[in-house]
Ligand binder design. Structure first.
Ligand SMILES: C[S@@+](CC[C@H](N)C(=O)[O-])C[C@H]1O[C@@H](n2cnc3c(N)ncnc32)[C@H](O)[C@@H]1O
Length: 423
């Protein structure tokens, strides 16, 4: 067997074990990890290493550890923690302790940030428990040792370090009150055994993992998370992953820049998509707006029209808005055939619109029609260069197709956009 075919076997093994998709991470990552592990085991022949890995679960774990991306830091994408607090305040019922999940937790910065955010918000330590799960045993050793260097404290606002950490040899260590809140466990988001305990989670963080999976594995992971989440639970994903949950039965909760979702039926039954949030797109109401109406529009909808002067309810802009709202609802509920047809109707009736092209792209994307998806995302971006969701989806698509430099350029564009919008 030649080397390329052998490496393909390792790619397949890693895909089956942790869901890692070669199209997204790139073959060089695997080659590099193999080189390191073979050197550590003093095995020079790929074939011999294959025999060793397949017969030896401990070495398989070492290979997983060599290949994963552990990048994380405290309060990464800070808005997610604010959204969590707000959601728990609004939805908490009964006295049972709240259950939160950080999966993947990497080296612990995310679950400890959850604990600090909840303590800061006045939740007593006995009122919540965080399960922190990762597939990397090496990361979990680091997380439990809990000594963090400068790289874990990024950004301007690190005042939390003074409140919750003490300096120690090698860095800073969280106080016991923070550490006690988190239970670490080895686990795989794709395995049925990932759940800890009988109750469902009130909040699940699954950030910066789905991006390394192919579409099928993303679906499997989101299905698992859906099962693990309480009916009114909140799911938080990473910025580049925010286009995925709506394809799989989740509805977006419009906490700006939090990338937060609930299960779609709950979204329709509760205030998650409050009509008040959509008010600025239409004539201002006479009555005082609901509290949410004052919230800034999420950055993911930068192109939303400003409030128009009062118009008759059946005016064309109103109908166009209503049509887009309907398309979004269908997308949130996973009715992609309907999204496709409705977006085409929308364009025929109201003319080109970035939103409609975005939804059309998403429908094609879900049907694995990559070229059509890409064409429509590009049309959306031609009309609205800052269309964040089109950028994020196009980036994911390019990654899946192996266009890493294109995906990187889009990632940079998204970063610049985030900075410009003041974050
Ligand atoms: C980039 S870190 C994300 C950490 C944190 N959630 C954040 O956003 O900062 C990705 C983590 O995913 C873990 N991982 C990869 N595949 C996994 C799987 N199938 N199940 C659980 N964890 C996995 C890796 O070990 C790594 O620690």
């Amino acid at each position: 067997m030649d080397e390329t075919a052998q490496i393909r076997d390792f790619e397949k093994l890693l895909k089956e074990t942790i869901g890692l998709s070669m199209e997204t991470v790139g073959a060089s990552v695997i080659r590099h990890a193999l080189k390191r592990r073979m050197a550590a085991c003093t095995i020079s022949d790929l074939h011999a290493y294959w025999a060793f890995v397949t017969a030896n679960p401990a070495e398989r774990q070492e290979l997983v550890d060599a290949v994963i991306v552990p990048e994380t830091w405290f309060f990464r994408d800070r808005e997610a923690f604010g959204a969590m607090v707000r959601h728990l305040r609004e939805h908490r019922s009964g006295d049972r302790p709240l259950k939160l999940l950080s999966l993947p937790c990497s080296t612990g910065e995310e679950p400890y940030s959850i604990a600090m955010a909840l303590l800061d918000a006045g939740f007593p330590d006995c009122s919540f428990q965080i399960d922190a799960i990762d597939i990397s045993s090496r990361n979990l050793v680091h997380a439990q040792r809990a000594i963090y260097g400068r790289n874990s404290f990024r950004g301007d606002d690190i005042a939390f370090r003074d409140r919750y950490f003490e300096a120690c040899e090698g860095g800073f260590k969280p106080h016991d009150i923070v550490r006690r809140q988190v239970r670490f466990r080895l686990g795989n988001v794709l395995s049925a055994a990932a759940q800890t305990g009988p109750e469902a989670y009130d909040v699940a963080f699954c950030r910066n993992l789905l991006i390394y999976f192919d579409r099928e594995t993303q679906g499997a992971a989101l299905t698992r998370l859906r099962q693990m989440l309480a009916d009114d639970g909140l799911l938080l994903v990473g910025p580049a992953e925010s286009g995925l949950p709506p394809l799989l039965g989740f509805a977006s909760v419009r906490f700006p820049r939090a990338f937060a979702f609930v299960k779609a039926p709950a979204a329709r039954a509760t205030t998650v998509e409050p009509p008040a949030l959509r008010k600025p797109r239409r004539a201002p109401a006479k009555a005082a707006p609901a509290p949410q109406a004052a919230a800034p529009r999420p950055a993911s909808r930068p192109f939303v029209q400003k409030a128009a002067p009062a118009q008759p309810s059946a005016s064309s802009p109103d109908r166009a808005d209503a049509s887009l709202t309907e398309i979004e609802r269908a997308a949130d509920a996973g009715r992609l055939t309907e999204v496709h047809a409705a977006a085409e109707r929308h364009i025929a009736e109201f003319g080109p619109s970035p939103d409609a092209f975005y939804w059309l792209g998403l429908a094609h994307d879900a049907a694995d029609a990559a070229e059509d998806a890409m064409r429509n995302y590009r049309k959306a971006l031609y009309l609205a260069p800052d269309h964040q969701r089109a950028l994020a989806q196009l980036r994911l698509l390019q990654q899946r197709l192996g266009d890493h430099s294109g995906a990187k350029a889009l990632a940079d564009r998204l970063d610049r956009l985030a900075k410009r919008s003041g974050t």
